[in-house]
Every structure is written in C-alpha cells, then in structure tokens.
Design a protein around this ligand. Sequence first.
Ligand code: GFB
Length: 323
Amino acid sequence: MADDKLTSPYGLAGKRIWVAGHSGMVGSATVRRLASENCEILTVPHAKLDLRDQAGVGAWMKHEKPDVVVVAAATVGGIHANSTRPADFIYDNLAIETNIIHAAFQLGVEKLLFMGSACIYPREAEQPMVEEALLTGPLEPTNEWYAIAKIAGIKLCQAYRKQHGSDFISAQPNNLYGPNDNFDLQGGHVIPALMRKAHEAKLSGAPAYELWGSGTPKREFLHVDDLADALIHILKYYSGPVPLNIGTGEEVTIAELARTIADVVGFTGNLKFDTSKPDGSPRKLLDDTRMKKLGWRASISLRDGLAETYRWFLDHESERRGH
Ligand code: GFB
C-alpha cells in the first residue's frame, strides 16, 4: 500500500476536471470543494447529455477534453428504491460507468476517480470491513443489483490500469448524507427520510414518528463534505488498484440515529417501528486504515452534520413544496 501513496502529489491546479453528476449530492459537494483548487470545473446538465448514451458521452468528452474525471453520477436510492427498482439500479449504473470509463481511456484522461459504495462488500463480511473482503461472499439481497454495478465499475478501473496503465482509481464511501440529499420518503436513504418525518411529526403534533425495520441495524454515516474532501485528497495522493474505504470509524444503531434526529429537529414524541419493512444489512462499518495512512480522516461529527443538514432542509422546504 505504501507504494501506492504518491510522494509527489498529482497537482490539480490548471487541470480541466469533469465532475460527472455535478447536480447530485456527491457531485455538488465535489464542485464546492474543487472551488479552492484553482482548476477548471467542467459540468454538463442531464438535459443536454444522458450519461447512459454511449455515443453522446464519447462525443461530449472528445469535445471537452477533460484532464481529470470524477464519476459521481449514479442512480442511487435507499433500501426501498433498491429493492423495488433493481433493473434501473443495475442498468443505469453499468451504462454510466462503462461509457465514461471507456471514453476516458480512449481519450487519454490523466486521472479518473470512480465512486463505489459500502454495499459492495458481502453481507456477512467481518467488521470493520477491509478492502480485501470484496468478493469473498454473498451480497445483501436488498441492494445486490446496485452493488454488482458498483463492483463492475471498480473492476473496470482495475482492468484499464492493468491492461493499459490508466491512472483510474476508486473509492467507496459509507452511507452519505448532507445538502442536496433526496428527502423523498420512498426513494431516499434513512437520514433524509427520518428528518422529514420528524419535522412533519413536530409540525402536526403527532405523538410518534415512524421508522422502518427493527431499529437495531448499525450504520456508519459520512457527511458529503467530508467525502468531497477525501476525494480531492486521494486524487492528489493516491494511485493504485485497491478501491479505498472512506468512512468515519463510528457507527450508530438506526434507533439511536432516529432519537438524535428527533432531538436535532426538536420533535419530543416517541419512535414507532414498522417491522414490516426490511432492515437490510445488520452492520456496515468500513475499516479506514488505508485512508488514515494516506493522511486523511473525517472531521464532521454526526450531530453537527445532522444540524447543518436540517438547516439546509428548512431553507429548501418551501422550494420543494412548490414543485
Ligand atoms: O439508508 P437506507 O435506506 O440504506 O436504510 P441501507 C438504512 C437503515 O435504516 C435500514 C432503516 O435498516 C432501514 O430499514 N430505516 C428506518 C429507514 N427508517 C427508514 C426510512 O424511513 N427510510 C429508509 N430509507 N430507511 C442502502 C442501499 O442500504 O445504502 C444502497 O440500499 C446504498 O445500495 C446505500 O448502498 C448506501 O444502508 O440499508
């Protein structure tokens, strides 16, 4: 691993950096973070380029000539969306990553960073999960379609590195949250869903707010601004085949999370468990030894990150209701 740490960092200044998926939660955080790197940021709206269109992606990249590509574009969602829309999750993600990674190789892009996900690891992987656990056992069934697509993206990066020497790297963050998250109750992840439910329960004076499953699964949550900072760090300091884990090293149960969210939102009622809904993975904690060795660690506490996300939610609530 020490061999993969760049002793002379890859400089981003003056580079043309394409953030694919710039309007999503990860992409928009990456654009915010890149603003201080003295580089040129390239973006293209979805209405102008569908990233599942192979010819379109190749032509756009040929015209724009990025030096660096961050693949933050993906079809994502929470446990319910993953379970009920498996075709979208596997097809969209395979198409997006295949088109971008292959075109980046053809055009000689200097560096590409692909975003994986913590759900690439086997459901029963030993905790905390080390990068070597990849492909050592069966996946969590609620999100295996998404996981297979993300594993394929990691393998694409490894294959182009191995066969052609392309500097294509990957990283998998744990469960993300923050500004620009999806607060839709059916499609979104647990933090935005619970925040919205707690907020609405507070406004309506409801005695309780509802969470899915037993509340016992444990999750590690990473603020998207911490992720963006980690991505810039590894673009500069890492070049290797191993997909890097990015997390905080801290986990909470879903019931603890629900109580903290109620507190942040100011909802004083109780929790109600809908056990007809799935729990998903019992535990998903990433081993972040490699990132620490590369000189990076997360700095936003869950409590502070939730408070900031709730402020963002309130600021955008009227906008959302207007849609
Ligand atoms: O965030 P979430 O959907 O993602 O759910 P996963 C995390 C946990 O929170 C599960 C529980 O145990 C859910 O049952 N939960 C409780 C809720 N209340 C709610 C709620 O109102 N909404 C949601 N969404 N969950 C996803 C994968 O798994 O993680 C994706 O499906 C992706 O592929 C993402 O990898 C990071 O952690 O279970």
